[in-house]
Write a protein that binds this ligand. Structure first.
Ligand SMILES: [Fe+2]
Length: 252
């Protein structure tokens, strides 16, 4: 009988390899995968994470990686792994270009701040922003079009523990996020489909920094519009790796 993690993997694999993205059956199947992923526990992947006090001290001094990645699977269809964000650390703002993501916390607590990119010319301004606000935003958007800053809107800011269901990001909604550990290390299972592709450059992880010294365009009255600029991968962020010791995975 398939193990819980194998069930999630196979269900996700069938979805992302066989079903057309955006079709009604895709959305239905995505919900099923999310329900299955929501049941995953640390025990299902034989995982637990603890840092001793000395390691934690080294983390705080920047001598030890703020994150750890446990590889479960990667091919052209999807990647699946366990991310750990150590105590007091974060995965900085980054995107998932043209990708879906499913994230299920299995240990600890994470704060996820998600943002949705807006079109540089303002055509994709979310519906919840009023018409008047849209009109006043357009000149700013056009001005910004030539600059290094891109407008995003707040998608959500949520705190997740192992008791919460898996969260989903789509190629558009909530596609940029940062993940911050809360009160200790946090571990979550991460499925990305299709995976990043830094070899061909087709799907490169882009990091962002919020422009905090802007001229009032990020005001709350316009529906929480923020301006992000692309930055190189931050030197303060890198990943250790750990071996996976859970049940094996097989393609369906
Ligand atoms: Fe991410």
């Amino acid at each position: 009988m398939a193990t819980p993690v194998q069930k999630v993997f196979q269900s996700a694999y069938k979805l992302f390899s066989r079903v057309t993205v955006g079709s009604s059956s895709f959305n239905e199947h995505l919900r099923e995968v999310t329900v299955l992923a929501s049941k995953l526990t640390a025990t299902d992947v034989n995982f637990s994470f603890h840092d001793d006090p000395e390691t934690q001290r080294q983390v705080e001094q920047g001598n030890v990686a703020p994150a750890v990645y446990v590889h479960l699977w990667e091919d052209r269809v999807l990647s699946m792994g366990i991310f750990v964000v150590r105590q007091g650390c974060r995965i900085p703002l980054h995107n998932h270009p043209d990708m879906h993501g499913i994230c299920k916390v299995i240990q600890g607590t994470v704060r996820v701040n998600s943002f949705t990119p807006m079109s540089p010319v303002g055509l994709d301004i979310p519906k919840h922003i009023s018409q008047n606000a849209k009109q006043s935003l357009l000149p700013l958007l056009r001005k910004k079009e030539q600059s290094q800053f891109s407008p995003v809107t707040t998608h959500s800011s949520i705190t997740l523990t192992k008791d919460d269901p898996a969260c989903v990001l789509s190629p558009s909604a909530g596609n940029i996020h940062e993940m911050v550990s809360v009160d200790g290390p946090v571990a979550f299972i991460d499925i990305l489909a299709p995976p990043y592709d830094h070899t061909t450059g087709e799907r490169v992880c882009q990091y962002y920094q919020e422009n905090s010294s802007e001229d009032g365009t990020s005001n709350s009255s316009n529906g929480q519009v923020h301006w992000f600029r692309c930055v190189p991968p931050p030197n303060s962020f890198w990943c250790d790796t750990m071996d996976y010791t859970g049940p094996s995975l097989n393609i369906p």
